[in-house]
Ligand binder design. Structure first.
Ligand code: GDP
Length: 617
């Protein structure tokens, strides 16, 4: 394209092949720096392409693509994975898949990590309890197990003691949320199906998730103690979903259990181990710096940030410096699910870690760094990248042509939310549930622009101000100063301790944001008896009210012999004798003036009505 069409701006041009790599959330200024151009002229170029942006505003990939193509550059926005790899590369940390990189000699067997999934009320929680109680090691210690988000048991399998790790947040919400973030935690899924209820919607959902993640499934047919339990029916039903029991010639293990009566729990654990041994090669190198995933985290008044992490490879030791998502710190102490202090944690071990600067999110990866400075720098870079990405997402890209139109048509209707909660699992579950709300109207959207664990901060309020967002606090409150700020800025904050209450409210809010629908409601009719001509008001219809009431300033329609001769009129004047009236009732006489509409004769019917908002059902 020639220079004049760009508004006469001169910009260094590429040859159409030059590749420019930009991080997510980059701005025109970042791009300008790379091609040695003046940011202001790039803004002008973009403007001529029909897009408006400031020099420091984050742009999305499409906009960069457009701008790059115009100027002869191939712009690549680096993916989050690449970005993470590049970030760690800067610190000489290599996160290549170790099975590829490491030889057989350094890999040692590790415990399978199991998630229990299934329909609500089919017994997931109860089963996790039963499995925990079957633990031979805990039995010896007599320790009281605590909920830390995961636990490990030891089980004698074919004469050998074997460890197995269970993720202690039942349900697939956590599983899905973590998987959505690219975190693969689960090796094997136990699908719980109540024998008296059979396959239900969430059973199917859960098995879809597991199959999509390529995770082998062991089926626990639960509640076999109950009357009406029909395990064979469950087997038949699941066969349709590709889970074929061994006795029908398939390779899925089904175990009939009762979580309540502790029936066949050992058999279930055996089945998990058999499936793991048959289908998976679960090994890791314990002899290096640890890496893994944060499973759960919360902010404890006395102890600060407490995170449960699952070590996936290497060995985590007290004193290690780690970075988990945007949190960093030195491991001050580690505890297992029995509250026992640990010095080291080997692969597949879940541990509670104390000493992080803040709370990581469920699904964040963690790794050990050579020193604290590195951990802090990685955390800071991630935080900056997150912020930029959030900014890029927040800015709704809209071209000059559609902008006015979209506003005029009311097309942009997004409810922005900021979610804060006491534990990351709850925040993820809430977000998941909120995003599933369906109000049956594509024009209304919900967007979670920020989520996090801990009290509502000044930063949250500031973000809410910029984006007109509502802050949802789940089991958290704002600091006093923050509440004042929110009040001053007019930011709406809402607090819940029950997820469903939050979902209900948001759903109502979304429905309220829907464009109201109006319907015509008839108010009354009047018959014209005589027409008076008034130089000031035009023709006045001397009428008698036949039904309902005639009210001033309402909409009116005139018909003659059953045909509408005037529509969309307004009752501009209304008189009882010489006096102005606001309304006149049935059987009373009145004078009606319809503004400039003068075509009235005796016998005409004036019908008045108003538009009322239709309630949504
Ligand atoms: P979840 O929603 O899947 O976690 O289900 P829960 O573990 O909370 O169990 C739901 C209900 O089923 C509870 O009342 C349990 O006591 C009951 N339940 C769980 N397992 C069994 C079982 O094996 N037999 C019987 N009879 N009831 C069970």
């Amino acid at each position: 394209m020639s220079a004049p069409s760009l508004g006469g701006v001169s910009v260094p041009r590429g040859d159409g092949e030059t590749i420019i790599r930009l991080r997510r959330g980059s701005s025109i200024t970042d791009f300008a720096e790379k091609i040695d151009a003046n940011p202001a002229s790039l803004v002008t170029v973009l403007f001529h392409l029909g897009e408006m942006a400031t020099a420091t505003q984050s742009l999305d990939e499409d906009t960069f693509g457009l701008l790059g193509a115009e100027l002869g550059y191939k712009l690549q926005v680096v993916s989050p994975e690449d970005e993470e790899r590049e970030l760690l590369d800067q610190f000489d940390i290599n996160i290549q898949d170790e099975l590829d990189a490491e030889g057989d000699d350094v890999l040692e067997p590790r415990a399978p990590v199991v998630t229990v999934m299934g329909h609500v009320d089919h017994g997931k929680t109860r089963l996790l309890d039963a499995i925990r109680n079957s633990n031979v090691v805990a039995g010896e210690h007599g320790g009281i197990t605590q909920h830390i988000g995961a636990y490990q048991i030891s089980h004698v399998h074919e004469g050998t003691a074997r460890d197995i790790t269970f993720i202690d947040t039942p349900g697939h919400e956590a599983f899905t949320a973590m998987r959505a973030r690219g975190a693969k935690v689960t090796d094997i899924a136990i699908l719980v199906v109540a024998a008296d209820d059979g396959v239900m919607p969430q059973t199917v959902e859960a098995l879809n998730h597991a199959q999509a993640a390529n995770v082998p499934i062991v089926v626990a047919v639960n509640k076999i103690d109950k009357e009406g339990a029909n395990p064979d029916k469950v087997k038949g039903q699941l066969t349709e979903y590709g889970l074929v029991p061994e006795e029908y010639g398939g390779d899925t293990m089904f175990v009939e259990v009762s979580a309540r009566q502790n029936l066949n729990i050992d058999e279930l654990i055996d089945a998990v181990l058999l499936t793991a041994d048959a289908a998976l090669d679960l090994r890791a190198n314990p002899d290096k710096d640890a890496r893994g995933i944060a499973i759960e985290a919360n902010l404890d008044k006395g102890r600060g940030a407490v995170a449960t992490v699952l070590v996936q490879s290497g060995t985590l030791a007290v004193g290690d410096t780690i970075v988990a998502g945007t949190a960093h710190g030195r491991v001050r102490a580690m505890f297992d699910e029995n509250g026992e202090a640990l010095d080291v944690a080997l692969p597949s071990r879940p541990v509670q870690v104390l000493g992080l600067s803040n709370v990581p999110r469920a699904g964040d990866t963690f790794l050990v760094t050579p020193d604290e400075r590195t951990a802090r720098q990685i955390a800071e870079k991630r935080e900056a990248a997150d912020r930029n990405a959030a900014l890029a997402k927040r800015r709704k890209r809209i071209s000059l042509e559609d902008f006015d139109q979209a506003v005029a048509e009311g097309k942009i209707d997004t409810l922005n939310l900021i979610l804060k909660g006491d534990v990351s699992g709850a925040v993820e579950a809430l977000e998941d549930a909120l995003l599933k709300i369906d109000v049956g109207d594509d024009d209304v959207q919900l967007r979670v622009i920020h989520r996090g664990v801990g009290a509502i901060t000044q930063n949250d309020v500031n973000l809410a101000t910029v984006d007109n967002a509502i802050i949802i606090g789940f089991n958290v409150k704002p600091a006093e100063r923050v509440a004042e700020l929110a009040d001053r800025e007019g930011v709406d904050m809402r607090f819940y301790s029950v997820i469903y209450a939050a979902i209900d409210d948001i759903e109502m809010a979304l429905k309220g944001m829907l464009k109201p629908e109006y319907e015509e409601v008839q108010l009354g009719t009047a018959e014209v008896r005589e027409v008076f001509r008034s130089s000031k008001f035009g023709n006045i219809a001397g009428s008698i009210v036949r039904s309902g009431i005639i009210r001033r300033n309402t909409k009116a329609r005139v018909s003659r012999d059953g045909k509408v001769i005037g529509d969309n009129l307004t009752v501009e004047t209304l008189k009882r004798f010489k006096d102005d009236a606001t309304e006149v009732r049935t059987d009373f006489e009145c004078g009606i003036g319809l503004g400039s509409f003068n075509d009235i004769t005796e016998g005409d019917i004036i019908e008045t009505f108003e538009m009322r908002e239709k309630p949504r059902v």
